[in-house]
Design a protein around this ligand. Structure first.
Ligand code: NI
Ligand code: MN
Length: 229
């Protein structure tokens, strides 16, 4: 069973696994790097890491169009539920077995205010165990934290980490995160969307591969990576 990771630009990721389309932080409208339209992308489940506009993005419109279930923390699910969206609320440390795998919410150090000023609870990351047993970690927007070591102990096939700096980890701390997480493969995200988070992913890849055993895959927006099975 193959698992295909698509980077749509910024922190927007598509994951096709077990015949199910997951969409993570679906920010298309207003995203200068977006490579797809919110009216086109497939979604059976939408995973939202936190309430900020560049992550919640087009969640409401895509969920209404596709009938997708949104998975997020309880506060964001409550807010979406009041708009008629189907949700499955979880919280940090809790996992649930879905048809596409076992999904656990993880710590993220960030904010989570919703676009209308509502409180969005705590931001989260996601740790997915696919049906073939591969673990994929989506850090969400976060600073570096030492408990990434605990997430790494699970044995990661792939990690998607922000490297943009300013709002999240920059290249230096993201490199330290790779050392704690020790994934087989890392894909950098949340950079080059705007000047404020401009980074050189090839330079970061060189540092990762010189200082760790992790392979770094740099995707262009719209690019895909097939997770080994
Ligand atoms: Ni954010
Ligand atoms: Mn962000």
């Amino acid at each position: 069973m193959s698992t295909i990771f698509t980077w749509y630009g910024h922190a927007t990721i598509g994951l096709q696994t077990a015949g199910v389309h997951l969409l993570i932080d679906p920010y298309f409208s207003g995203n200068p790097t977006a490579t797809a339209k919110p009216t086109d992308v497939p979604a059976d489940y939408i995973l939202v890491t936190h309430g900020h506009g560049d992550h919640l993005g087009d969640t409401v419109a895509i969920a209404k169009r596709t009938g997708a279930t949104v998975i997020s923390n309880a506060e964001i699910c409550g807010w979406l539920g009041s708009k008629g969206i189907k949700t499955h609320a979880q919280h940090i440390g809790g996992g649930f077995q879905y048809p596409f795998g076992y999904l656990k919410l993880t710590l993220a150090l960030h904010g989570s205010g919703l676009p209308d000023g509502s409180a969005g609870g705590n931001p989260v990351g996601f740790l997915l165990t696919t049906n073939s047993g591969k673990k994929i970690y989506f850090a969400g927007d976060t600073g570096l934290f030492g408990d990434m070591r605990l997430i790494g102990e699970e044995g990661l096939e792939l990690a998607a980490l922000p490297i943009g700096d300013n709002y999240t980890m920059g290249p230096d701390d993201a490199l330290r995160a790779v050392k704690l997480l020790q994934p087989k493969v890392v894909i950098p995200i949340h950079y080059n969307t705007w000047q404020l988070i401009k980074q050189d992913p090839q330079a970061w890849k060189q540092r990762v591969e010189a200082e760790t055993q992790t392979k770094c895959v740099v995707l262009a927006p719209g690019g895909t990576y097939q997770v080994e099975v």
